[in-house]
Design a binder for this molecule. Structure first.
Ligand code: PMP
Length: 352
């Protein structure tokens, strides 16, 4: 070992879903939106003055924060924005999970949580979901250094009812509870309405799914002004200019195009309902989906072999080679035409 090697921070990184170079594939593997960004975003991009890029962006991200504050009926001091919700969550871990007690998150949930905990040296425990893949709220009643869970959960797509979400927040007034609502626009009930009641609640959402802007990288957190100030203090201790000028302008345009947002979210939900029926008819089982994906397995069918066979045909879904979930595939909801291609393949594959 070289002497300097001893000083290197060793981490096991998060592994994102594959981004194939070939744009022609049916891409149902990273929960992106199959529809393009809002027309208002495309217009704003065309009108964007590239000359401005010589200047640093507004460190307070005012235009975007303002658009979000109006959309959600919150104060500007209740919103924090970052480079995708991954950035917002990474900042939130660093800011709020700063005790010797373990933070709590489900054994099956977004796999980035344990990566950040390891990176920052935060102790953590992962209470097991029940056999139906649901969160057992009682597991979150014990002493902890913070709580985080996605709602709807990933990769299961299953939502936890708002009463249970509230219960977890109410019983943890001594720690910050982060509800990661990356998929909430597709189903489930948002915890946003609880913000006025609980000062320990932080709700995190993203532009990557329901707003069709995964490529732009915008996420945001909503919470009481003290939490948002704490997040900003850590952000300014890390990198003051996280949000680039283009993201700020296009992001604000996206938020204002409510009609397009409603239309595309509605289309995806309708396709999800049709996909459920088709999968069921083929013998697949799945937890009730509330997100823009379905976590489906078929008793008697090897999920990994199916994943590989689909990939051979340029149909990309996500497979997790991990305990309890290795018999399932996470299938993002695409357009009706894309799902048709998936079903053409499945019907043929399952015949043999
Ligand atoms: N939370 C959950 C539960 C997710 O599935 C994802 C998507 N990988 C994210 C957060 C991060 O998304 P983004 O950084 O694109 O906002």
């Amino acid at each position: 070992m070289k002497p300097w090697e001893a000083n290197i921070r060793k981490v096991t990184p998060y592994v994102p879903g594959e981004q194939p170079k070939n744009a022609d594939v049916i891409k149902l593997n990273t929960n992106e939106n199959p529809y393009g960004p809002a027309p208002a975003v495309k217009r704003a991009l065309k009108e964007f003055d590239a000359e401005l890029l010589r200047l640093y962006p507004d460190p307070a991200s005012d235009v975007l924060v303002d658009a979000l504050a109006k959309r959600y009926g919150l104060g500007k001091d209740q919103i924090f924005v970052g480079v995708g919700s991954d950035d917002v969550l990474a900042m939130a871990f660093l800011t709020f999970f700063n005790s010797d007690r373990p933070i709590l998150f489900p054994d099956i949930s977004y796999s980035f949580y344990s990566v950040w905990a390891e990176l920052y040296g935060i102790p953590y425990e992962r209470p097991a979901l029940d056999d139906g893949f649901q969160i057992r709220k009682e597991d979150y009643y014990k002493e902890n250094g913070g709580v985080i869970f996605p709602n709807p959960n990933a990769p299961t797509s299953l939502a936890l009812g708002l009463a249970d979400v509230e219960d977890i927040i109410a019983r943890n007034r001594g720690s910050v509870v982060i509800v990661d609502e990356a998929y909430i626009d597709f189903g489930g009930e948002s915890a946003l309405g609880l913000l006025s009641k609980y000062e320990n609640l932080l709700v995190v959402q993203t532009f990557s799914k329901s707003r069709s802007l995964a490529g732009l990288r915008i996420g945001y957190a909503m919470g009481n002004p003290a939490l948002i100030k704490a997040l900003n203090d850590v952000k300014y201790s890390f990198n003051s200019y996280t949000m680039n000028r283009t993201s700020l302008v296009l992001g604000a345009a996206a938020v204002k195009d409510e009609a397009y947002f409603q239309e595309t979210v509605g289309k995806i939900k309708a396709t999800r309902e049709r996909t459920k029926e088709r999968l069921k008819a083929l013998g697949f089982v799945y937890p009730e989906p509330s997100a823009n994906f379905i976590f489906a397995g078929r008793p008697g069918t090897d999920a990994k072999a199916l994943f590989e066979a689909l990939r051979e045909k340029d149909i990309y879904v996500r497979y997790f080679d991990a305990p309890r979930i290795d018999r399932y595939l996470r299938i993002t909801i695409g357009t009706d035409e894309q799902m048709e291609r998936l079903f053409d393949f499945l019907e043929n594959y399952l015949k043999h």
